[in-house]
Design a binder for this molecule. Structure first.
Ligand code: HPA
Length: 244
């Protein structure tokens, strides 16, 4: 079953047929909310809004472990993460939809592993942090929707909840990052730890701090407007992904 973790701007999947909600408890505490089960043209889907249904949980307080554990336990085999991001690379302006292929993790203080007391110590391979097949399916679904989306970007996961300084964005660019968000990690690594296929669809909602229209500041109102306009495109892509 396909799982969707909705990000900012996507706290409901309006196109789910016969939705039903279920509270799931995990050894890691409470997920961001009850899981919503439903189907898209007959294909079963489970949805969870990362920040809660009322968007109340900030990026650094999301219980990433409980979210992924709950989805896995309820039968998910693949997870598509929806995320809003700032664009660092010049061509990645507001409204662009990007399927990242790499991550750099700058977060700290988050519960970032399921392997707490394992003996022997467990490591995962994370050379390719996103599932190649799932990425390809997302790209194909976008194409089928007539959406021009960007294949490949390096996602910088920042701690938040504040946005970055211009100098921090310059540093991220020197590090090779193309887009910047706050929720990509530890989510991607936790998914890998429990064998969940994982890919992300990122919506650029602003130029990163100090860049383009954000040269002197980031307009939060503008972010909302872009999100609103972009999320129905994301919903369409997910619909085709779930039921091609
Ligand atoms: N920085 C970090 N996270 C974000 C941004 C940004 O500019 N835009 C949306 N999420």
């Amino acid at each position: 079953m396909l799982a969707i973790i909705g990000g900012t701007g996507l706290s409901q999947l309006a196109n789910l047929d016969v939705p039903r909600q279920q509270v799931v408890r995990t050894p890691y505490g409470e997920p961001s909310g009850p899981l919503t089960f439903g189907s898209i043209r007959g294909a079963p889907v489970v949805f969870l809004p990362r920040h809660g249904y009322g968007h109340t949980i900030p990026p650094h307080q999301v219980n990433y472990r409980a979210n992924l554990w709950a989805l896995k336990e309820q039968g998910a085999s693949a997870v598509v993460s929806v995320a809003s991001v700032g664009g660092i690379r010049g061509d990645l302006g507001p409204g662009k939809i990007v399927i990242p292929h790499q991550i750099i993790d700058y977060t700290w203080g988050r519960m970032n592993t399921f392997f707490e007391d394992e003996a022997p110590v467990q490591h995962i391979d994370f050379t390719e942090p996103y599932g190649a097949d799932l990425r390809a399916r997302l790209l194909a679904a976008a194409k089928a929707c007539g959406e021009e989306i960007v294949d490949g970007a390096v996602y910088a996961a920042m701690q938040g909840p504040r946005l970055e300084s211009a100098a921090e964005i310059n540093r991220l660019e020197r590090d090779g990052a193309d887009i910047v968000g706050m929720t990509g990690m530890p989510e991607a690594a936790l998914a890998r730890e429990i064998d969940l296929d994982y890919a992300a669809i990122a919506v650029v909602v602003n130029h990163a701090a100090g860049r383009g229209a954000s040269a002197r500041g980031i307009s939060l109102k503008e972010i909302e407007d872009v999100l609103e306009a972009a999320m129905h495109r994301v919903r369409n892509i997910i619909e085709v992904l779930a039921a091609p």
